[in-house]
Design a protein around this ligand. Structure first.
Ligand SMILES: Nc1ncnc2c1ncn2[C@@H]1O[C@H](COP(=O)(O)OP(=O)(O)OP(=O)(O)O)[C@@H](O)[C@H]1O
Ligand SMILES: [Mg+2]
Length: 464
């Protein structure tokens, strides 16, 4: 009878091929017996050249290799050169080193050089299986992530070919969905409400809606309702008749000027009660009057409104008209904060760098981990300042001068799936190296991987 645990074990080893390079037939047989119980097949090789030939001939998921291949050899030299050769020719295959306790130092060096792990002889079967399972799961997760990334970038390109994406930069799936939605709703003649925090890219999204609408090429006007004093907002939107108030000249409002086109109303949450009533009327009937005039005018304008305020709460507090809200939010596009889509951070950062500038890996890591209260605009400013102030073309962490912000937990920074996957990919799946890069202990990274479903729940293999 097989326990659920045994089934889990089976699933990550079943169908996998493991190459064991060891001159001892007893060792090769021992692996064969152990791994075949769990559904993996073992290919044996007695010498390094034989091992390399096998790798050339057939697909192998993982290599377990000895360090010495002749009875009299003890230096580990042969093992080192075999390891280097496999890494060079098959960089994606994880390698586990089999070492005698006398070669522990060499093994540790090789782990730094990219070996996935080492096991000292005689080994503990459970520990070995745990290590194998972790490495193979990681390899699959990486392959899947890579496939997903390729699919996502193909989808992005297809969208960019079909629509005008107004030079928006993104890599995250969340943003892709949103941009695709913006292009879908663009042609409909209904208002769009864009919500999201400061600097997240609401206006960029508005531009995409306009650029792909029937009104592209027609007037596209933008009014920032937050930047105007309340009594001027209505004059700005609806215009004034000469003498409407002291010194007032006849002036066309934005609704009139944008006739037949699109009006972007930024910071909608700032509109006063009377402004809200007038906006509702023009949305419902297309009718309005200039301030100080009795003549009713007509206009046909697509309204795209944006706000970082919580309008639902404003409605509950009586500060925003519910009827206006429902009129405007026929289509609501919610732009997530950049920390909700960390995949976008590096592509945006590189986009904002001036030509010829680049980021060090540490700087990139710091950008990914920072909390970005000011979102994309803050990122843009940080990159501009860094290019301006950095003496060198390679921008390091100090040139970014990021404000110190607390991460969620002092010892374990919040890392989303993308950050972990990218670190693992850069470290070629070597957990110890990825952990170092992320500033985590190996155990902490395993815990994080478990949480993210990148590894199975189990204790990490202990290095003795
Ligand atoms: N995905 C993106 N690709 C390229 N540039 C972007 C992107 N998102 C934002 N930006 C740039 O970042 C800056 C801020 O974006 P935007 O003005 O659209 O934000 P916002 O949400 O309207 O901000 P606010 O709430 O302060 O009005 C702009 O200079 C914009 O061009
Ligand atoms: Mg804006």
């Amino acid at each position: 009878m097989s326990s659920p645990a045994a089934n889990v074990l089976r699933s990550s080893l079943a169908g996998r091929t493991v190459l064991v390079v060891d001159d001892s037939e007893a060792v090769r047989t021992a692996f064969d017996v152990l791994l075949s119980i769990h559904g993996a097949s073992v290919v044996g090789a007695a010498t390094p050249p034989e091992g390399l030939t096998t790798l050339q001939r057939q697909p192998v998921d993982l290599v377990i290799q000895d360090m010495n291949f002749r009875r009299e050899a003890t230096s580990g030299e042969e093992g080192i050169s075999l390891f280097r050769e496999i890494r060079r020719r098959f960089p994606e295959i994880p390698i586990i080193l089999l070492t005698a306790w006398t070669h522990l130092e060499t093994a540790v060096e090789l782990v730094k050089a990219g070996a996935a792990d080492y096991i000292s002889k005689p080994w503990n079967d459970d520990r070995l299986l745990t290590t194998l399972r972790n490495l193979l799961d990681l390899k699959s997760a990486r392959a899947e992530a890579q496939k997903l990334r390729a699919e996502q970038s193909a989808a992005r390109e297809a969208l960019a070919e079909q629509f005008d994406l107004c030079s928006i930069v993104y890599a995250s799936q969340a943003m892709h969905t949103l941009v695709a939605m913006a292009t879908q709703v663009a042609h409909a003649d209904v208002p769009v409400l864009i919500t999201g925090p400061n600097g997240a890219g609401k206006e960029v999204l508005a531009d995409i809606v306009q650029a792909n609408s029937a009104a592209r090429g027609k007037p596209y006007l933008k009014v920032n309702l937050g930047a105007l004093p309340n009594d001027l907002i209505e004059a700005e939107l609806f215009g004034t008749e000469a003498g409407a108030f002291t010194g007032a000249r006849a002036r066309t409002g934005r609704f009139e000027a944008a006739d037949g086109g699109t009006l972007f109303l930024d910071e909608l949450g700032n509109l006063s009660g009377s402004g809200q009533a007038k906006l509702l009327r023009v949305l419902q009937t297309g009718q309005f009057e200039r301030l100080g005039s009795n003549t009713t005018r007509h206009t046909r304008v697509r309204v795209i409104a944006a706000t970082n305020a919580n309008l639902r709460q404003a409605i509950r507090e009586g500060r925003f008209r519910e009827d206006l809200f429902y009129r405007l939010n026929v289509i609501e596009l919610e732009v997530p904060a950049i920390v909700e889509r960390r995949d976008d951070i590096l592509p945006l950062a590189r986009h904002f760098l001036e030509a010829g500038f680049a980021l060090t890996p540490e700087a990139e890591r710091a950008l990914i981990q920072y909390t970005w209260p000011g979102n994309v605009r803050e990122l843009q400013n940080v990159m501009r300042r860094a290019c301006l102030l950095s003496a060198e073309r390679l921008i390091g962490i100090s040139a970014l001068s990021l404000p110190a912000t607390p991460t969620t937990s002092a010892e374990e920074p919040t890392l989303d799936r993308a950050a972990v996957e990218q670190a693992l990919a850069r470290a070629q799946g070597v957990v110890a190296q990825a952990a170092r890069e992320l500033g985590l202990s190996r155990q902490a990274l395993y815990r994080r991987m478990e949480k993210l479903g990148l590894a199975r729940p189990q204790s990490p293999p202990q290095m003795s």
